[in-house]
Design a protein around this ligand. Structure first.
Ligand SMILES: Cc1cc2nc3c(=O)[nH]c(=O)nc-3n(C[C@H](O)[C@H](O)[C@H](O)COP(=O)(O)O)c2cc1C
Length: 364
């Protein structure tokens, strides 16, 4: 009998890791940790989404150091207590058959801010009780109201690369099976890549080769401890949506370089976030998919599509037409942790529901 299962619901393998389908819970900050340490909120949040049937479940941006956090309440993985917590979190995700995945991040000049639901300026100065001075490739603030960040020395940069590797080593020990470097949304790695935020004249700035040096060295250091058996993804902002910023052509060039080196298994193709002056022409369902499609075709590396993918048919179309290898969903997964189970029903796919939930199968 012909197999009519949409590709979206077929397993997919990266290195030694197989996911049961191509639906990914995209990284989503919860601003609910203390001193980088997660708690029951993080467990129930990702546990529910793993039980909802996604193939891969990502942690929120998990930071390599206290200074690298977006807010004082972001998740981190730089000490033993955090590693113990993350071991439990990875196990909870795996318990429901999803692949536990971790996004590893440093916020750069967008550090020392507040959770979106806190009223106020949105950022904390170093004089405020929980604030600190962010670091960046160049001493240029994200916006004029913010203090100028500390410009990183070459030694500082090497220290941060070592922090990325140390977090990756802890993530591996904790049981995560996919690591993703956060190179998007105006955070540190993206700040090195973009000419808007990187004005350096040394080996970490200048042309695209200089601006990708920090990313390349981070990938190399992370791969060395992460091992060759486990997949490594990179999330990129594939355009800055700004005059003088990164373009889709630059992103293709960066991805060709990454594809040639062979350490990265997938590009998670996002956009934007480098500066408030960005102008996104139109935000509509799938508006970032063309970047995933172009990189997949032109750079010859698997991609993930993300951004306003909400409908099952849309997700299935992206995968069926080979526009991307994975679909990453964020807000739709907040609205419905069981999005994958619901999408399967809509597409006529018989999924194995968790036995504890079988009596709910007909209740959508
Ligand atoms: C609450 C929330 C938190 C987010 N936190 C992160 C994050 O930690 N790392 C990241 O790369 N993107 C983050 N994002 C962006 C999402 O991963 C995703 O790229 C974006 O929301 C677009 O997808 P969507 O239209 O499916 O929501 C966040 C989005 C939301 C809604």
């Amino acid at each position: 009998m012909a197999d009519h299962t949409p590709l979206l619901f077929k397993p997919v393998k990266f290195r030694s890791v197989e996911a049961r389908n191509r639906i990914v819970v995209s990284p989503m900050c919860q601003y609910s940790a203390d001193n980088g340490l997660g708690n029951d909120w993080h467990i129930q949040n990702l546990g529910a989404r793993a039980a909802g049937g996604a193939g891969i479940v990502f942690t929120e941006a998990t930071h390599v150091s206290a200074a690298g956090r977006i807010t004082p309440h972001c998740l981190g993985l730089w000490n033993d207590e955090q590693e113990t917590f993350m071991t439990r979190l990875a196990a909870v995700i795996a318990r429901s058959g999803a692949v536990p995945a971790i996004q590893i991040a440093h916020a750069g000049r967008k550090a020392s801010t507040t959770a979106p639901w806190i009223q106020g300026s949105g950022f904390l100065t170093p004089d405020e009780p929980e604030g600190w001075l962010p670091v960046a490739p160049s001493a240029v603030a994200f916006s004029p109201e913010r203090p100028a960040p500390h410009e990183l020395s070459v030694g500082d940069i090497q220290g941060i690369i070592a922090d990325f590797a140390a977090t990756a080593a802890r993530a591996r020990r904790a049981g995560f099976k996919i690591a993703e470097l956060h190179g998007a949304h105006g955070y540190l790695i993206h700040e090195f890549l973009s000419p808007i935020s990187n004005l350096r004249t040394d080996q970490y700035g200048g042309d695209l080769t200089g601006r990708t040096r920090m990313l390349n060295e981070t990938i190399k250091a992370v791969r060395a401890v992460w091992g060759d058996d486990l997949p490594l993804f990179v999330r990129l902002s594939c355009t800055d949506w700004m005059e003088g910023g990164l373009t889709g052509d630059d992103a293709v060039q960066i991805c060709k370089m990454l594809a040639e080196r062979g350490d990265v298994d997938l590009i998670d193709a996002s956009t934007g976030g480098i500066a408030p002056a960005q102008k996104i022409p139109s935000i509509h369902p799938g508006y970032q998919v063309p970047f995933a499609e172009r990189i997949r075709n032109e750079a010859g590396i698997p991609t993930g599509a993300v951004g306003m993918i909400r409908e099952a048919d849309h997700a299935a179309e992206i995968i069926a037409n080979r526009r991307a290898d994975l679909v990453f969903l964020a807000r739709a997964m907040i609205a419905d942790p069981h999005w994958p189970l619901r999408a399967a029903q809509r597409l006529g796919v018989k999924l194995d529901w968790p036995p504890q939930y079988l009596r709910g199968e007909g209740a959508f």
